[in-house]
Write a protein of this length. Structure first.
Length: 355
């Protein structure tokens, strides 16, 4: 694990109490002051407008290509392009949910509904509720929905309760992780419709109508541009690659990082976000492919910071953590996957030992 001047804890599942100082209340304040002084929390509406226009043009180009080549199996070559553009669309919805795009809440919600519900069939309200709970308590086993026991588990305590088919999944979850992400594109749609039961009134009506509009529009697009067999294969390939792309973008961020002890000392905001997050080094291509989420530490410290400012804040955050003696985890993309998968493999070890 590559760290900036620090050594990682021997095991990432629980952080040691020695990492938490007696008073953490003021650790974040100087950093916040410096970031505000550099105007890094100021919104970049022009940058986001260009990003959304470029993404829309890309989607229009793919739709045009589908209409022109739908009669041929060559149309399947457009499914990976649509999957990549779908991920771009999801990243825009993500940023809208964090109020990075506009200072107006209603504007951000409209952008989120268009890019989430209408274009992807993914409920903006469902995702926003789940993701905000994750940001408030990342990797907290009792409070972060992203590490709750589900298809995958992330602690030995969770693994100990797995039996039957779920136990077999847990034993091999590291090997199954990326194959399982192929189902994520469809799972996001299912979660969205299920969440309508939680919603009420106008929110349910708007969210539900847009989800139905997406399904109807997507089906109409496929069935009017290509034969049924082509359409079924195209939809399967598109959703599988979309899910894989999202899995590759989100997996390196927290998996295998510190998990706060629910019964231990409370961390302040700085340590809670830095110790549970991992940055990914790379090039401009890495930034683009991961939607800026490779600056996960900065994103968690400043959720409303516009995406193009995250890399600008990196050196300030890194230096601040170094001054405080807080580990700042940063590694390459392949090594990040290796660390995340190693953690999931170790969690399943007790079940393999019982065979």
């Amino acid at each position: 694990m590559s760290l900036a001047g620090e050594t990682a804890p021997p095991h990432p599942e629980r952080a040691t109490a020695s990492q938490t100082p007696p008073d953490t209340g003021s650790e974040f304040t100087p950093l916040l002051r410096d970031v505000k002084g550099q105007q890094l929390l100021e919104r970049r509406t022009g940058w986001y407008a260009r990003t959304m226009v470029t993404n829309s043009l890309g989607l229009a180009a793919v739709v045009t290509g589908m209409a022109l080549t739908g009669a041929s199996w060559w149309v399947l070559a457009l499914a990976p392009a649509l999957a990549v553009l779908s991920a771009r669309t999801a990243f825009i919805g993500h940023d809208a949910g964090h109020a990075q795009i506009s200072g107006n809440r209603a504007t951000n919600r409209r952008i989120g509904l268009i890019h989430g519900n209408l274009l992807l069939g993914m409920s903006y309200a469902w995702w926003n509720d789940k993701h905000n709970r994750h940001h408030a308590n990342p990797n907290h086993i009792d409070k972060d929905p992203d590490v709750a026991a589900d298809v995958l588990v992330f602690t030995s305590e969770q693994a100990a309760t797995r039996t039957g088919f779920r136990g077999r999944l847990t034993r091999h979850q590291a090997w199954l992780f990326f194959p399982l992400t192929l189902l994520e594109g469809l799972a996001l749609k299912v979660h969205g419709f299920q969440d309508l039961r939680r919603q009420a009134g106008r929110e349910r009506l708007v969210e539900g109508a847009l989800l139905v509009a997406h399904i109807a529009g997507y089906a109409t697009l496929l069935l009017t541009t290509m034969p049924l067999a082509h359409a079924l294969v195209f939809a399967a390939l598109h959703h599988a690659l979309f899910g894989l792309h999202l899995g590759m973008a989100f997996a390196p961020n927290h998996k295998g990082m510190d998990m706060p002890d629910p019964d231990g000392e409370k961390w302040g905001h700085l340590r809670r976000q830095v110790l549970t997050s991992r940055n990914i080094r790379g090039t401009v291509l890495t930034d683009w492919f991961l939607g800026g989420l490779n600056y996960q530490i900065e994103h968690h410290l400043f959720p409303s910071m516009p995406r193009p400012h995250l890399k600008l804040a990196r050196s300030m955050v890194k230096a601040h953590c170094r001054d405080l003696g807080i580990p700042y985890t940063e590694t390459g993309l392949i090594d990040a996957y290796r660390q995340a998968l190693r953690h999931m493999h170790e969690v399943g070890e007790p079940l393999r030992a019982d065979l």
